[in-house]
Design a protein around this ligand. Sequence first.
Ligand SMILES: [Zn+2]
Length: 871
Amino acid sequence: MVSWLSSGDARAFKCLLALALMYGAMSYLAYTVIHTRHVRPLGSDAPPDRFSEARAIEHIRHLTVDIDGRQEGRPGLEEAARYIRGQLEAFADRAGPNYRVEIEETLVSGSFNMIFLRHSISVAYRSHKNVLMRISSNFSNDLDSSVLVNGHFDSPLGSPGAGDCGSCVASMLELARLIIDSNWIPPRPIIFLFNGAEELFLLGSHGFVKTHRWSNTIGAFINIEASGTGGLDLVCQSGPGSWPSHVYAQSAQYPMANSVAQDVFGIIPGDTDYRIFAEDYGDIPGLDIIFVLGGYFYHTSYDTLERLLPGSIQARGENLFRLIEAFASSSMVLNANERTLEVAANGAKTDRAVFFDYLSWFMIFYSRKVSVVLHGLPFVIFLLMPLFLRPSNFAMHSWFATFSDYFKGMLFHAIGVVLAIIIPVVFAVLRLLFSSHAMSWFAHPFLAFLMFVPSSLVGLLLPMTIWGFFPLSQDTSRLQVSKDALSDEARFWGAFGLYAVTTVVYLLAGLGGGFLTYLISISMLLAWFSFYLVSKHCGHLSLRSLAGYVVPLIPCLTYVAYYGGFLDQFLVEKMGMMGSLPQPYGYFAPDVIVATVIGLVTGWCVGPLVPVVGRWLARSSILKFLMQVTVIALALSSQFFPYSIDAPKRVVLQHTFITADANKIVDSSYEFSVVDANSLAFLFKHVPEAAKMLHISSEMSFEEGYHSDSSSWVALFPVSFLFSGSLKFPAQADDVSKHYRHMPHLSVREPVSVSTGLRRVHLELYLGSLEEIWVTVLNITGPLSNWSFADNRLPAPETISGGPPSYICRLSGRSHENWTFWLEANSSETLRVDVAVLDQYLLYNTQKLKNLFPSWADVTAFTTFLSSYSF
Ligand SMILES: [Zn+2]
């Protein structure tokens, strides 16, 4: 070995290198699974009775390349509906005589109140198109309980929507074809709902559930969604009850599901149609299955065909086909009437099972009852361990001495796990203090691992360096056990106890996440037994004994690397749309969050080794080395630009017109917003061409003078609450009259009717010559006591930029006709209505401004017409 190292140091570095290789191999395996590299996509020449990714991709190509924009208000949406219908009709024509195939197009309308992104809104919609297909056997009954598969074909603003949700629609088309071409006659009807309005807050599914005659027959549903462009499709929500996830566990080919996702889904901003079917407007049991990787491109112009991760759609398709087969033959699938009878007889199912997939190879699933026994077991073993270890020497005082040593081990381990988080966080904050921008790891996630993993290891090992200063309570001479062996024992059982206690805490809290620490503690028992056997022959400090401890832990650690690696990657990508936190905290938030989670995951991955490996690695030479790597990584990271074409920065550009009297422009301005930690000052510094066009002179001084009020972003309410900063610049209005002859206008339709202190104003909203309307938002303030929307119910009031309480209603669909509605006031005070109409068309200059931004910035641009009225 190299002579300048002491023999202890040399052994330590050998050990570190061996572990680095082991974790490298495990991470590589986890990476391939997370990115579906282990799934072979089938070509378009695959046998007709197989699901083929290539055939699905052809549908996506048509939906995203041949059709220009499937957004509400744009012609592409109708073209997409026609394409879907055409495909379904071709499948139906091929169906043999044993099938009954029904295809329908429906236009849905409705109005309801909801909480979205924790804000209260009302929506009113008309004529959104859904396309449906019901496949059943030719002797099926109209009321037979059925299985629903839902996916939406509309796209978000400014995005081609290849992942979200072209991938869903394409998978559904290929599945519908597969059912027919494979001659599988489903024992229950399968309904495919190609939903035409999800991005406007779940309208298509609401319309279907509330109005369609098939909705009461649905006994199970699968909602497929995308919050990215691929990866394994994670089951994010399931219920009510745990049987839908049980069916999934038994049938999925490439399962990706765990009970933790359910615990945390509510924390992440965003909602899916799942809530409409399973929570808000039905108690239908079902699954919410979402593509969660490739979050960089979610709702951006980069959500294109090329960005889809190969293998993802193949895995999704194979999972879904088996799942549809399993649901179709499950006796648990009951229609609405049968469900009501079942609940009356046996009560509602609210059981929560524990489940998780192992690298998408198989799933482990057990009931809550089983988890009480299993997850309690490590804690019982921990309490009884002194009895097992020294049965001949058992007395109260020795039990107490043993436990006080275990407690010391537990405390040291706990401090290590906490330091493993704190030290990377400290480094993250220090780096930001000396850096001009946050999130330098955004486009290069390896930088985050390079900065935060070694520093986290320092935290994990640090307590072990002072272990020797605190003597053990047990008497080595009396026990005839070496001091080293006793130390190992105390550290091991202390760490084991920590994981056992954590598992019990999870269990008592009723959460589904305790399986991770349970898995760790059970694997540690196995490892300890193997370590004990090997070290009897080879001594405590031999490399073989070390291997004897580490090797049995490999399956568990590989799982933790997979689970934690997925979490890290997901989080890094989502930081691009983390949203608002007031500055200066907002600047630090993403780096602190990523450092925390990487520290936590490092603690999970390496923590179980520390009781034994710590003796080898907790040396100043190793800690110094790890610190050096951290410092180099910190210096290196500041050389990288946070964004790239593969990890774009999200920018929102709104051309705002304030109008009056249906054709008068009062004001015209460009407004910008960003949704992550790097401010607009950062943006304009790196895009001087845009700064020049906006006449921004000096770098930093413009912020105060150009404040953009959140009330002018009301067209995006409540998504506008995610903005981390907005600015406003004057714009010309020269070319406006060429494109828009008439502006939106609200007028009184009927005279105000008065009855016992109430005033009812009948209004008519004319949308002018706007042609690509996404949404119209009404913001009503004043003594509003009732209205014609949402079955005459007001939502909870909201406050926008410190103004008075106001009621928000979003209108969408069929914009060539006027909207008519009434508002009721319970006093003579003025009722104020602010109208914001979002048009997707861009005037020449706005398009020019948008084009000035480089490819690392994704600019979602639109035009908004604001007008105000008093009644
Ligand atoms: Zn979607």
